[in-house]
Design a protein around this ligand. Structure first.
Ligand code: KIV
Ligand code: ZN
Length: 524
């Protein structure tokens, strides 16, 4: 291993900038699972959320700080806060349990934002930034200051505010291209200008945070690294507002694949990239496109005969990195129907899951049923099955029975029986198709009036006997509080019904929790 390389710190903001984008919201158990996986991946800093934004966000940042940030060799846990007193004190409280807590505070610095959004003069912006960095510093040593919309900020003003906030104690200075407007050579020049003109810049790490509106987030990030940026802010699969953020896996694999060019290192365990990407796809219900670099299904597929021939003769003819280096193991066959519970548990643990004994039992029972139904069981199937159990944190209503009738000349009809403890309710409904009929019957049985916002169905692996994975997102009628439910089953109507019931259960539990917490954290 080379040791003379400079380190680039990887700051992951999947749980903050990524999670706040439409359709990507996660519940607390899901956020914790992502946080554990990010720690396994080896990110240096994890932005766990924006604590002032909601009681739920505050709770997630606090729990991630306690459960992930306090472990040995844990990453730094950062919370976001505007440059406002209340944001910073709440953020300090949320990250307190972490061994390495960071407060990340920001204010807009472009003329257009200062004049129209903040309605503040540049002098006021500098004064407030210095005061808030000083306040943050009274809680933690590690303070990051971001110049929102830095990509459209006047360079002389940038240098002035950076110098003042470093003098006030900022240890990381972040230059975001908030609107994804910059071009690589221009952004590189901006970082160079900062390095060459800010007298105390050596006292802080320069970070960059690029959005992808013009498809240049990764290119801009790498151009900045060439000019001395040593913290890269990114998200798994590039999820985030609008066109997203710079993609973590693409930045990391560029740096790893071209050490001759960049001469820097990250501490990311790249073999965890594929699994991390899959987890984000599964939890958000947003798959990556097949040709997505690094983690897309086709990223390592060689279809053209001339390429296949070359790869068979020598893999490096067409492969600049190996699938194994990003953790892509293919659809390797896993345990069969004769495997025992012990081997099964070991396999589940090797995939990074920490399941309770009763969850292992339930996963094992379902695995055996699956082995009877499916000729071949793949690792992807196992992950889908275990995810299904792991993330089904609340099982208020359960599906006891489902029958559907549909066809070219039949009116689609579904009959369901749901169970909650000793209570059982049966209902029937007609719909536009078997899935719609099942959803209507479930709504009647539970007595909820809900609106369906998203329904996605995909097959976990190839083949006619593949598991179908369904994700639904819904709200209670008239409410904006969106919840998701996921399920897998070889029968796609059953998978749909199970996902719908899971979402209904989440709706009831989360709305109850939100009401309970409103009292506790009033004023946040
Ligand atoms: O894009 C942006 O400017 C941000 C800041 C809050 C860092 O996300
Ligand atoms: Zn951002």
């Amino acid at each position: 291993m080379e040791t003379n390389k400079e380190r680039v710190y990887v700051f992951d903001t999947t749980l903050r900038d990524g999670e706040q984008s439409p359709g990507c919201s996660l519940n607390q158990r899901e956020k914790l699972a992502v946080a554990h996986q990010l720690a396994r991946l080896g990110v240096d800093i994890m932005e766990a959320g924006f604590p002032i934004s909601s009681p739920g966000d505050f709770d997630s940042v606090r729990r991630i700080s306690e459960e992930v940030g306090a472990r040995p060799n844990a990453p730094t846990i950062a919370g976001l806060s505007r440059a406002r007193e209340k944001d910073i004190t709440v953020c300090a409280d949320a990250v307190r349990a972490a061994t390495k807590p960071r407060i990340h505070t920001f204010i807009a610095t472009s003329a257009i934002h200062m004049e129209h959004k903040l309605k503040m003069t540049p002098e006021q912006v500098v004064r407030q930034s210095v005061e808030m960095v000083t306040l943050a510093k009274s809680f933690v040593d590690d303070v990051e200051f971001s110049l929102e919309d830095a990509g459209r900020t006047d360079w002389t003003f940038m240098v002035e505010i950076v110098e003042a906030t470093i003098a006030a104690g900022a240890t990381t200075i972040n230059i975001p291209d908030t609107v994804g407007y910059c071009q690589p050579a221009q952004f590189a020049a901006q970082i160079r200008h900062l390095r060459e003109n800010c007298p105390n810049i050596a006292e802080a790490i320069i970070a960059v945070h690029c959005h992808n509106d013009l498809g240049l987030a990764v290119a801009n990030t790498l151009a900045a690294v060439e000019e001395g940026a040593r913290q890269v802010e990114c998200t798994v699969n590039g999820i985030g507002e609008r066109a997203g953020n710079a993609s973590l896996e693409e930045i990391v694999m560029n740096l790893k694949t071209r050490p001759d060019y960049f001469k820097v290192d990250t501490q990311i365990r790249t073999e965890e990239l594929y699994r991390t990407s899959r987890l984000i796809c599964d939890l958000t219900g947003s798959p990556v496109q097949p040709n997505k670099a690094i983690v897309g299904a086709n990223a390592f597929a060689h279809e053209a005969g001339i390429h296949q021939d070359g790869v068979l003769k020598h893999s490096a003819t067409y492969e600049i990195m190996t699938p194994e280096s990003v953790g892509w193991t293919g659809e390797g066959l896993i345990l069969g129907k004769h495997s025992g519970r012990h081997a099964f548990r070991k396999r589940v643990e090797s995939l990074g899951y920490e399941l309770a004994p009763e969850e292992i039992d339930s996963a094992f029972d379902r695995f055996k049923i699956l082995c009877d139904k499916k000729k071949e069981v793949f690792e992807e199937d196992l992950i889908a099955l275990v995810d299904d159990i792991f993330f089904k944190s609340v099982a208020t209503w359960e599906l006891a029975y489902l029958a559907v009738n549909s066809g070219t000349d039949a009116i689609p009809t579904a009959t369901v029986k749901l169970r909650r403890g000793d209570e059982e309710i049966a209902e029937a409904a007609q719909g536009d198709g078997p899935v719609d009929a099942a959803f209507k019957a479930i709504e009647r049985a539970i007595g909820e009036d809900v609106e369906l916002h998203d329904y996605r169905l995909e097959s976990v692996t190839g083949g006619r006997d593949a598991l179908g994975r369904v994700m639904v997102a819904l709200t209670r009628a008239g409410s904006t509080h969106q919840v998701k439910g996921r399920a897998v089953h070889t029968d796609v109507v059953t998978a749909s019904a199970l996902a719908y019931i899971t979402a209904m259960n989440h709706l009831q539990v989360q709305e109850g929790l939100a009401e309970a917490r409103e009292g506790e954290t009033a004023g946040v």
